[in-house]
Design a protein around this ligand. Structure first.
Ligand SMILES: C[S@@+](CC[C@H](N)C(=O)[O-])C[C@H]1O[C@@H](n2cnc3c(N)ncnc32)[C@H](O)[C@@H]1O
Length: 280
């Protein structure tokens, strides 16, 4: 394994914090383990050489490599299932009643390899069949790792992951491709747009969402990046819209203007009388 000296370690920590919000200041060994292969692949023998390459690279390829290696992309189908129950029983009925003929915009921010947004797509498909009619739903699924976005787009997963899904969904929405992998149905992908978005950058002001899932992302952020992200997510919600975060990253009262409606579920206040709320 190639070792980091203190200067190199400080530089990599500062780089990941400044550009991606990710706090790695206690993760020296993790950085060494995850980046050694990347260095060897490029024929480099020290992190100093790698940092020089990173600074001089105008193509963005070196940055892409470091992000692919240093992000934690752990995820699985039906993660934190209570959120899916709340969406089904409380959030969707209420939102869909209010939106009626408009479009419901959902954002999975930090979607990793896609299990979260496909779980949501399965839930929505079932909901639609039961309810008869629901508004059109558009889902954005974003991440900073292009490697995980590519996997998410393919929707192919190891067979052992299938067990996490209810038996009915396994049959209805998945196709076992061979002894090792299964694929989610193409129909689930129609309303999902996968794209690159760094949550540390400015979000397009015109994009507003009725539901944002940003779960288990800011757990890796430092305090300032977390604060800035919460504010931007708040601004990206329609009045009356919902933010769902991971149960390990709960917001304190002084961190947000959103109202907590359930564990790890927050809602943006509606506007006063006469102003447009959710259905804008
Ligand atoms: C642990 S996964 C969580 C996946 C899924 N939301 C879940 O709860 O299972 C965190 C994801 O956030 C992404 N991420 C980390 N920092 C980010 C940033 N600054 N902008 C966008 N995505 C980021 C990582 O690449 C990773 O795929």
């Amino acid at each position: 394994m190639i070792r980091l000296n203190e200067k190199e370690f400080t530089e990599i920590v500062a780089y990941m914090r400044e550009f991606y919000g990710i706090n790695l200041n206690k993760k020296k060994t993790l950085i060494e383990c995850r980046l050694t292969k990347e260095l060897q692949r490029r024929g480099l023998s020290s992190f100093g050489e790698y940092l020089e390459l990173l600074k001089g690279d105008r193509t963005g390829k070196t940055a892409e490599g470091i992000v692919n290696q240093l992000t934690t992309n752990y995820t699985y189908f039906m993660r934190e299932p209570v959120h899916f129950t709340i969406l089904k029983e409380k959030i969707f009925p209420e939102l869909f009643r209010e939106i009626q003929h408009g479009i419901c915009n959902i954002w999975c921010a930090g979607c990793s390899t896609g299990e979260e947004c496909y779980t949501l797509a399965m839930l929505l498909q079932d909901y639609k069949e039961e309810a008869g009619q629901i508004p059109s739903v558009r889902m954005q699924a974003t991440d900073i790792s292009r490697e995980v976005l590519e996997k998410a787009q393919k929707g192919v997963y190891p067979l052992r992951e299938l067990e996490r899904l209810p038996a009915v969904w396994q049959k209805k929405y998945c196709r076992v491709a061979d002894k090792k992998v299964f694929q989610v149905n193409e129909s689930l992908k129609y309303n999902i747009m996968f794209r690159y978005q760094n949550l540390m950058q400015t979000f397009p002001a015109s994009e507003k969402y009725h539901v944002i899932l940003c779960r288990n992302v800011m757990i890796y952020f430092d305090k300032d990046a977390r604060k800035a992200l919460i504010e931007k997510l708040e601004n990206s919600l329609h009045p009356g819209g919902y933010l769902l975060i991971g149960h390990a990253e709960l917001l304190s009262r002084d961190e947000t203007r959103l109202e907590q409606t359930a564990p790890a579920v927050y809602r943006k206040q509606r506007r006063g009388n006469g102003e447009k709320n959710i259905n804008c």
